[in-house]
Design a protein around this ligand. Structure first.
Ligand SMILES: [Fe+2]
Length: 606
């Protein structure tokens, strides 16, 4: 008998030329590698051609550039181009520069072939429907066999959102049920108010959500007239908004107050406007999702798009959509469309996203090198790290926690985190002032052992990606003041053993001191930077902020304690040979050997 080996089909998905550029490698319909350019370039929101992310994916999946069969961009620039350009040109002051900006992005797209050739990629290039790419990424990652999918976004092609009914078998089908035509856009309304309040769109929407929890309801009714649903159709009052450059108009200022300069203090009216925006967008998202669930007859909902990075909105949809279960992708913004685009041409219906940990996987040698180069000396190495870290945290210390592969998406999930004691109000104040160097109103989020979450967050269930808020039990609120929003909710991450972060072990050790298996968990970065990716990035955060300690894998460095570098190097080698990491059965991370294709297969469920 003659056996013929069929070579694997290799697809490179890209999102580029707007913001949050990313690359994804799909082999025979299953995700094998993913990276977001900002993590590697260290430029927050980096929207350039993702050279480093592509290189990372190819090396991570051990694939030769010439073996790539197809490149897919998750955006079709010519679809809706006339509509977008016409809208820009109608804006008297900024229309022309915005139009030039559109053309510059077009040039980037035209140079794509040359840029790929420079990397040795000769494959043909295809384009995917942007909002369908959002939908594919979230649904195929989800545990569902069928679901309603709602995409709520800024603008792409001619639309700002879409709804689908998706089925996984026999092969995935996405039936489009409706689109929201640009310039009506919930995402752009949110961006406009973010700018009006003196913050940067696509970067600081989280601050608006945080402000909303403290605002009054004074402006909710009026804002509800500016942006509303009428018989399922999104209506935006374009006398108030200018998505072509100014964001808001004089008429908007008349109704909602003057634009705030970034250097200006925040007044109660700013908080009230944030509240109005959040309340109205949440209400619209809930209504859209409820209508979709009712009309589709589906029990499950997938929610994605730029606006689905808003945990309060997600929490409202989880509560109000009527869906039995709601799935949110950890990389629900545009970076995730690199995955959905790559899955547009070939999909294994059995593939699902097993976890969020797809980033860099530093070796012990890289960690050692970063520490030695920075002159940092450990105080504990090996099995004593977890109990000592718990003791430090319970004593009020704040520290970095760097473990295994980095997490995809904007949330730190225990692989690139800063941890602190949530029972102390001063943890929040100190973190905001001395480490994050940002506005003091911004809240932090808790991570909690799944087994203990019912007592603190009744009815919530698992929330592994920290993407939705949930009410904290009334009687538990005084116990964890540092992680509660003014409205009594928290953005919770539930933790189980074996997620590669070592967090479950640490939470148990911390509970021995405080009685609570809960920690404050925020991103390991400096203000304005992306999440730390490599050991050098973590060391920089440690050195340039007031963190009390840094844990990298099984090494603890305290700011004031240590041994000599020579001692460190010797003890490190000895201890690592028999450390908890070396004997661990955990998934990638925690000092395991370099990843292989087989290990990728283990990570994806069938
Ligand atoms: Fe998008």
């Amino acid at each position: 008998m003659l056996w013929v080996t069929v070579p694997p089909m290799i697809t490179l998905g890209l999102h580029a030329f707007t913001h949050d550029s990313a690359a994804a490698l799909v082999v025979d319909g299953r995700l094998r590698a993913f990276a977001q350019e900002e993590r590697l370039s260290r430029i927050k929101g980096d929207g350039r051609f993702p050279v480093q992310a592509i290189d990372f994916c190819l090396r991570d999946a051990e694939i030769d550039p010439q073996a790539v069969d197809r490149v897919v961009l998750s955006f079709r620039p010519w679809i809706g181009a006339a509509t977008r350009l016409a809208y820009q040109l109608r804006r008297p002051r900024h229309g022309l520069s915005a139009a030039f900006d559109l053309m510059a992005k077009g040039r980037g797209n035209l140079g794509l072939v040359q840029q790929l050739r420079k990397l040795g990629i000769q494959a043909s290039i295809s384009r995917a429907d942007h909002h369908e790419a959002h939908a594919r990424a979230v649904f195929l990652a989800s545990p569902f066999d069928s679901a309603a999918v709602l995409v709520v976004d800024g603008v792409a092609e001619a639309w700002s959102g879409a709804s689908f009914v998706a089925r996984r078998r026999p092969s995935p089908v996405f039936e489009c049920r409706g689109r929201i035509p640009f310039p009506a856009s919930l995402g752009l309304v949110y961006a406009a108010v973010t700018e009006h309040l003196g913050f940067r769109h696509n970067r600081e929407e989280g601050k608006i959500m945080a402000m909303a929890a403290s605002g009054t309801d004074d402006l909710v009714v009026e804002f509800g007239r500016a942006c509303r649903l009428e018989r399922g159709r999104l209506i935006v009052d374009h006398r108030l908004f200018d998505f072509g450059g100014q964001w808001t108009t004089k008429a908007f200022e008349k109704s909602f107050g003057p634009r705030r300069r970034p250097s200006e203090g925040l007044q109660p009216r700013h908080f009230a406007l944030a509240r109005a925006l959040q309340t109205v967008t949440e209400g619209i998202a809930v209504e859209l999702s409820r209508d979709l669930i009712r009309e589709s007859g589906e029990e499950n909902l997938c929610l994605t798009g730029g606006l689905a990075l808003n945990p309060a909105l997600n929490g409202a949809v989880v509560e109000g959509s009527g869906a039995t279960d709601v799935y949110l992708l950890p990389v629900g913004g545009d970076a995730g469309t690199a995955i959905g685009g790559a899955l547009a041409f070939e999909t294994d219906p059995n593939w699902r996203l097993a976890d969020a940990y797809w980033g860099s996987f530093p070796t012990s040698e890289e960690i050692d090198h970063a520490l030695v180069a920075a002159g940092l000396e450990p105080s504990v190495v090996g099995a004593g790290v977890v109990p000592k870290t718990a003791e430090l945290l319970a004593g009020g210390a704040i520290g970095g926690w760097f473990q295994g592969r980095s997490e995809m998406g904007p949330r730190a999930l225990g692989h690139r985190s800063i941890l602190a004691d949530p029972t102390r109000e001063d943890s929040r104040i100190r973190l905001n002032k001395l480490i994050k160097r940002r506005e003091t109103f911004q809240p932090f989020a808790p991570c909690v052992l799944l087994d203990a979450c019912e007592e603190l967050f009744p009815g919530m269930g698992p929330s592994e990606f920290m993407l939705r808020t949930w009410p904290v039990a009334e009687e538990s609120r005084p116990r964890i003041p540092a992680v509660i929003h003014d409205d009594g909710t928290a953005r919770v991450q539930t933790v189980v053993e074996g997620d590669g972060s070592g967090l479950a072990e640490l939470l148990q050790a911390f509970a021995c001191h405080t009685g609570l298996p809960v920690l404050l968990n925020t991103s390991l970065n400096r203000r304005g930077e992306p999440l730390a990716e490599r050991p050098d990035d973590a060391v920089t955060v440690f050195q340039e902020t007031d963190l009390d300690f840094l844990v990298m894998e099984d090494v603890l460095i305290e700011r004031t304690k240590g041994t000599s570098n020579a001692q460190y190097q010797r003890s490190n080698v000895e201890v690592r040979a028999g450390s908890r990491r070396a004997n661990s059965q955990q998934p990638p991370g925690l000092g395991s050997p370099a990843p292989t294709k087989q290990r990728f297969e283990e990570r994806t469920e069938t």
